[in-house]
Write a protein that binds this ligand. Structure first.
Ligand code: GLN
Ligand code: ZN
Length: 750
């Protein structure tokens, strides 16, 4: 085995989408048949070499590879270990088409499940592992990227998801099976991968084990130790760097130090306990510590002086130290330098991926040569970011501001006003974005359509959506959200304290990118944000139309949030703005208000010990936003994702009158779960999986509803899809909603 030093500065990964989302465009062009596989591959190779050259030119001396992906790095690792389920193999497609089939599904085969990557906004494809999975090393992609970089005269460090994390993220291909049982076999495949990399001259490999920053049982920690003891004992292998991120490693830290791995990566931003643990772990025996000092998960410039202090502690403990980002830079936008329109006072406080690389290099130098060359600290933020009025309002809040009256009182007042039938039908909010809408948006941007003209297009669309729902016979209508590009951005654009970027795209999943707003100052509402659209919609129909807001937790989850005050305080500021909006909607005659919190679950801290504090402030903020309304105004909330686990009691604590919830994939288990915690208000378990183009039959929906009625009385049971309809087409929506309303009628009449 070679023993080249690790290097002094690195990143755990870099955005792969390209500065102008070139990858998204190329991949989508390929899917649409506009470019062939060879052209797609050329674009990909160009993007990879651009990243490597960028990193080299920034003077980073340890550069990762195999961080590129056509869709997702977990899927890439699945391919690298041969974990391609038989249901995709038997399609007999090319490697690339098999890959995309797993990612997106084909007519006959649904895709792998997509789920959140830890507490980020990135989604990975869930490997399907069972007793039948035949692991076999397939190092082709890692070797090819390594060779491409070699051609640029770079020796890179291939990155793979580590075997333990890979299985902990996997789901069983057959119910009841535990994928982790396959660890032994999987490690065999990793051994072969490492052998192949070593044969190609690879000196370092990075194996990511972030699953160990969450609570793990002792057996899982032992398995981690055994895994790396075994890989470490191989005589034909590169040096191993185990990277961890998103939090404290806890007991897994000493376990990894028991093994021969040559380098260990620790997140010193999200895992402040890691340093303490490291200090208590005894001699590091020639090991390299890769100190994640630059936050890869947020957009703020690093406080370099503080980072040098933390880095110096780590340096004192380790024989070798490399400075790194806390996690892959995948989670931040590519380059701040193209944001020419940002407020300069904000801009100077930000660092995107490219700037964070410079920070890593600066820090690494400062740790060795002293801090003389560090830039001066930032001046205080501009006074205009501070809102005295909002702060005074927050300081004056009392617990009663977060409490509505008892549910039975509310329920009676609402029923008297709304006169809803049993099994009321509704949808979650958005309707499909039509071509006419997209054209109007483009024309507005291009300046060929003026604001009044655009507003007219939106009004026409709302009128159409209302008529459409009336024809279908839905009971509680929505306006369809045609004016919203995105459910967070829409509010961010109208609130003080938020800034939008022009090019700050971040990969969310596959070719989908999002542009999260940045919350930098005190949040305040300048004017009503949704009232005009909602009241217009309501004016067109005697049926109730839901006012539609995004909740404080989701607004924070899908933004980059300031770190100079507790998240709870920022959440409460957003909540106050929403509270005022609720008030105005109500005053304008809106009788049902829905406040969506699809992200409640996703920002749940990874460690149980931190979850209560999070849920406390999250629930408090939601209740602050929503409890200013009268008893006779019906409050709905909508939550995505069906596996709620720890947050199930939080659903009750939100105290909404009606909770619509993703459930069609979990076969309604959620109803039992809700019942077990004593939830006794309205609930709408989604009976149509809107993530799939499949149109459910009326019979199927009737079966689902009958099943649901056995768990929840019909008076409290709502009939609705899983989520918003914006990703579906009108023909799909029309057929399904027809089945849905007919199914409700059928079950109502027994
Ligand atoms: N009201 C939103 C919509 O229908 C909710 C979206 C979501 O839950 N992600 O689009
Ligand atoms: Zn949803």
């Amino acid at each position: 085995m070679t023993t080249t030093p690790f290097g002094q500065s690195t990143v755990l990964g870099y955005p792969r989408i390209g500065g102008n989302r070139e990858l998204k465009k190329a991949v989508e062009a390929h899917w649409a048949g506009r470019i062939d596989a060879a052209e797609l591959e050329r674009t990909a190779a160009r993007l990879r070499s651009e990243v490597w050259l960028t990193l080299r030119n920034a003077d980073l001396d340890a550069i990762p590879s195999n961080t590129f992906s056509y869709y997702d790095h977990v899927l890439d690792t699945a391919v690298a270990v041969g974990a391609v389920p038989e249901r995709f193999r038997r399609l007999g497609l090319s490697d690339l088409d098999t890959y995309f089939a797993m990612a997106r599904g084909v007519d006959t085969e649904p895709a792998l499940e997509l789920t959140k990557w830890f507490d980020t906004n990135y989604h990975y494809l869930v490997p399907e592992i069972g007793p039948e999975t035949v692991f076999a090393a397939d190092p082709a992609k890692a070797l090819q990227e390594y060779a491409e970089a070699r051609a640029l005269d770079l020796r890179t460090r291939p990155v793979l998801v580590g075997p333990a994390t890979f299985l902990l993220l996997a789901k069983p291909s057959t119910p009841g099976y535990d994928p982790f049982d396959r660890l032994d076999d999987l490690v065999g495949a990793y051994a072969d991968l490492l052998g192949a990399l070593a044969d190609a001259g690879v000196e370092w490999v990075q194996l990511d084990e972030p699953a160990y920053v969450a609570d793990r049982v002792p057996a899982e920690i032992d398995a981690l130790r055994e895994t790396y003891a075994r890989l470490g004992a191989l005589d034909r292998r590169p040096q191993i760097f185990v990277a961890t991120y998103f939090g404290d490693l806890g007991d897994a830290l000493p376990a990894l130090l028991d093994t021969p791995v040559e380098a260990l990566g620790l997140d010193l931003v999200a895992g402040p306990g890691n340093l303490r643990r490291l200090a208590g772990s005894g001699p590091l025996r020639g090991r390299t510590i890769v100190a994640g000092l630059v936050d890869g998960h947020n957009v703020w410039r690093t406080d370099l002086t503080a980072a040098v202090t933390a880095g110096a502690v780590a340096y004192g403990l380790a024989d070798h130290l490399a400075v790194s980002t806390s996690c892959s830079l995948l989670h931040v936008p590519v380059d701040l330098s193209v944001e020419t329109y940002l407020d300069p006072a904000l801009r100077e406080r930000l660092a995107f991926a490219r700037q964070k690389v410079d920070e890593v290099v600066l820090l690494s130098r400062a740790l060795r040569d002293g801090t003389a060359h560090l830039p001066r600290p930032l001046p205080a933020p501009p006074a205009t970011w501070h809102n005295t009025e909002v702060r005074a309002r927050l300081a004056a809040l009392s617990p009663t501001d977060r409490r509505r009256s008892d549910y039975p009182l509310r329920a009676a007042a609402q029923q008297e006003r709304l006169q809803l039938p049993a099994l009321p039908t509704t949808t979650i909010g958005s309707f499909p974005q039509t071509d006419a809408l997209r054209r109007a948006r483009a024309a507005l941007r291009a300046g060929t359509l003026d604001a009044p003209g655009y507003d007219q297009v939106i009004r026409d669309e709302i009128a159409r959506v209302i008529r459409f729902q009336e024809e279908l016979g839905l009971d509680v209508l929505v306006h369809g959200e045609p004016e919203r590009n995105d459910m967070v951005q829409y509010f961010g654009e109208q609130l003080d304290g938020f800034a939008a970027t022009d090019h700050g795209w971040v990969q969310s999943y596959g070719s989908r990118c999002v542009r999260p707003p940045i919350i930098h100052g005190d949040v305040a509402r300048r004017a009503p944000m949704t009232v005009a659209w909602s009241t217009y919609a309501q004016s067109l129909t005697p049926k109730p139309v839901k006012g539609m807001l995004t909740g404080p937790v989701t607004i924070l989850a899908w933004s980059f949030v300031r770190t100079d005050q507790p998240l709870a305080d920022t959440a409460d500021q957003v909540a106050l703005a929403l509270r005022d909006e609720c008030h105005d909607l109500e005053a304008a005659g809106i009788s049902v208000i829905q406040v969506d919190e699809p992200a409640l679950r996703e920002t749940l801290p990874l460690r149980r010990a931190d979850q209560k504090a999070y849920l406390d402030w999250a629930i408090d903020a939601f209740r602050l936003a929503t409890s200013g309304i009268a008893d006779h105004t019906q409050l709905h909330t909508h939550l995505c994702y069906s596996e709620f686990g720890e947050v199930i009691t939080a659903i009750d604590a939100l105290d909404a009158d009606v909770t619509s919830i993703e459930a069609s994939r979990s076969k309604m288990e959620i109803l039992q779960d809700l019942q077990s915690i004593g939830y006794a208000r309205g609930v709408g378990p989604g009976i149509w999986d809107i993530h799939s183009p499949r149109i459910p039959t009326q019979t199927e929906l009737v079966t689902a509803l009958r099943h649901a009625v056995s768990a929840v009385p019909a008076q409290r049971l709502w009939v609705n899809p899983d989520c918003g309809l914006k990703t579906r087409t009108y023909p799909e929506v029309q057929s399904t909603l027809k089945h849905l309303t007919a199914a409700a009628t059928e079950v109502r009449n027994h």
